[in-house]
Ligand binder design. Structure first.
Ligand SMILES: Cc1cc2nc3c(=O)[nH]c(=O)nc-3n(C[C@H](O)[C@H](O)[C@H](O)COP(=O)(O)O)c2cc1C
Length: 210
């Protein structure tokens, strides 16, 4: 069993990393593998070429960054954790680049993400936490994923690198999210034999034209 996390911060060893390490501790203690991808600033936006969707490749045609590795890992994973700093009231640009391509390639056609466990966290100095947390959740709740929460919204405060550890409550929210995600992943795996997941099928896209 595995949970894959995407760290949308371009900053190495920053607050988002520290939050994910708090999650890692809980997830691994529960016997679930945890892998973090941090593409940094070297990540391209979606080209809207629709090659992935039209051809069902489950890959992006842009191959010179980490996104195809992230897509493959997410398809393989039991759970996906999206973690991003707040940038001007929303997710960081690199996170947006990853999510646009991941969701289009792996979620919008033959949905490979459905029934996977999802969770979200954001880090911030002061404002925009709720919007960013909801934005991260919003990408997953359109993919038929099973959203798991903590005991408060996933927003951990800190500006300079390392400051988030002073947000005791926020770090506890991250740790509890890790515990809850690991437990849900295990519970779903245990239930699979006796309770198979419900049938699902590709969306009928009507584009608001009728
Ligand atoms: C371009 C930029 C925009 C930011 N915008 C916000 C913001 O809107 N609200 C906020 O509270 N913090 C904002 N911050 C602060 C970061 O969210 C905060 O420092 C966060 O902890 C960074 O996480 P990291 O260390 O993982 O990179 C911004 C930082 C940068 C670099």
């Amino acid at each position: 069993m595995k949970i894959v996390a995407i760290n949308g911060s371009p900053r190495k060893n920053g607050n988002t990393t520290l939050c994910l390490e708090a999650v890692r501790k809980e997830v691994e203690a529960a016997g679930v593998e945890f892998q973090v991808f941090q593409p940094g600033a070297n990540v391209h936006p979606c080209l809207a070429c629709y090659h992935c969707l039209d051809n069902g490749t489950l890959r992006c045609i842009q191959t010179d960054d980490m996104v195809n590795d992230i897509i493959a890992a997410c398809i393989d994973a039991d759970g996906i954790l999206l973690a991003s700093p707040v940038y001007h009231g929303g997710i960081a640009g690199s996170m947006k680049c990853v999510l646009d391509r991941l969701m289009l390639a792996a979620g919008c056609g033959d949905n490979q993400l459905h029934h996977k466990v999802g969770g979200a966290l954001c880090t911030l100095r002061r404002s925009g936490g709720m919007e960013t947390y909801q934005q991260l959740l919003g990408t997953m709740d359109a993919m038929e994923m099973i959203i798991v929460t903590s005991d408060y919204w996933g927003a951990v405060h800190g500006a300079e690198k390392g400051e988030c550890v002073q947000d005791t409550e926020g770090m506890e929210v991250a740790a509890k999210l890790g515990r809850n995600m690991a437990w849900t992943v295990k519970a779903l795996a245990a239930a699979k034999e006796t309770l198979p997941p419900p049938e699902t099928h590709a969306r009928t896209m009507t584009n608001f034209v009728r």
